[in-house]
Design a protein around this ligand. Structure first.
Ligand code: SAM
Length: 256
């Protein structure tokens, strides 16, 4: 897939450790191997060090490897794949596609991703204004991340496929029951995306015993972490282990 210069939109060519366009705008790869093309001084700098640490520790225990395998089974080796908001590359690094790009705004995430996975090009950029050509991807992925609807449609080739992973109704319900007096279940209405057609929705679930620090790390990966009081967070320490439902929806859309 071609990467476009964020200044003049001409194609960037790789020479050594740099990417340069015909107008001589030049961008160096970071020492870990990711490419910073983020010219916007955005307030959003993606997940911070502590969030990346928690997610890395939790995911590397293998709790979500069944999800990673399920998605990998939907991909082909010759797919051009873009993972939007790839974090530290836990999923991206695993996928079998030869031509892979992961995009995220978290420097900590991409440092880890690029250092450990040389099979993917990692771009530090917003997923809402990314530096890739129109209709360059066979598959675009968004896993537990913000939905950049217009960019997804722009990036996909005709008949290309968008795969979105989101929590199903009962995802982490036992963890919520431990913390909250009135735990709620997740909303799962169909998400409409203009230009794409939902072709299937695949629920996948598993119940696993989560132990020790992994419980706190899992909670830190959730969107509720920042809105929960310290008093409620302290309840996590009352459990040494907990049977937790991992319950996901994989939505598959095709570009019309
Ligand atoms: C919950 S994490 C999911 C990461 C990864 N997909 C996974 O499941 O392991 C959400 C990710 O979105 C990234 N993110 C949030 N807003 C973004 C934006 N506007 N552009 C790029 N990345 C963004 C964060 O840095 C974070 O890595």
């Amino acid at each position: 897939m071609n990467i476009l210069c964020p200044v003049c939109k001409k194609k960037l060519q790789k020479t050594g450790n740099s990417y340069q366009c015909e107008n001589r705008h030049c961008f160096d790869l970071a020492k870990e191997g990711y490419l910073n093309l983020n010219l916007h001084n955005s307030q959003n700098t993606g997940d911070n060090q502590e969030m990346i640490r928690a997610r890395k520790n939790f995911l590397h225990q293998g709790y979500y490897s069944f999800l990673r395998d399920e998605i990998n089974g939907m991909l082909n080796e010759d797919d051009a794949l873009i993972d939007l908001a790839c974090g530290e590359g836990y999923y991206t690094s695993w996928f079998k596609c030869q031509d892979k790009i992961g995009i995220d705004l978290s420097k900590t995430g991409l440092k880890y991703a690029a250092k450990h996975d040389k099979s993917t090009l990692y771009l530090l950029n917003s997923i809402f204004h990314n530096p890739l050509e129109d209709e360059c991807a066979d598959k675009v992925l968004t896993i537990f991340a913000p939905l950049a609807k217009q960019e997804i449609v722009r990036l996909l080739k005709k008949d290309g496929v968008f795969i979105m992973v989101r929590p199903d109704r009962d995802h982490l319900i036992e963890l919520k029951q431990l913390i909250y007096e009135h735990p709620y279940r997740n909303e799962t209405e169909e998400i409409q995306i203009d230009g794409l057609k939902l072709i299937s929705e695949i629920p996948i679930r598993r119940k696993e015993k989560v132990v020790g620090q992994d419980i706190a790390d899992l909670f830190m990966m959730t969107p509720y972490y920042n809105t929960t009081s310290q008093k409620d967070k302290d309840k996590l320490q009352t459990a040494d282990e907990l049977e937790i439902s991992f319950s996901f929806l994989i939505d598959i859309y095709r570009k019309e």
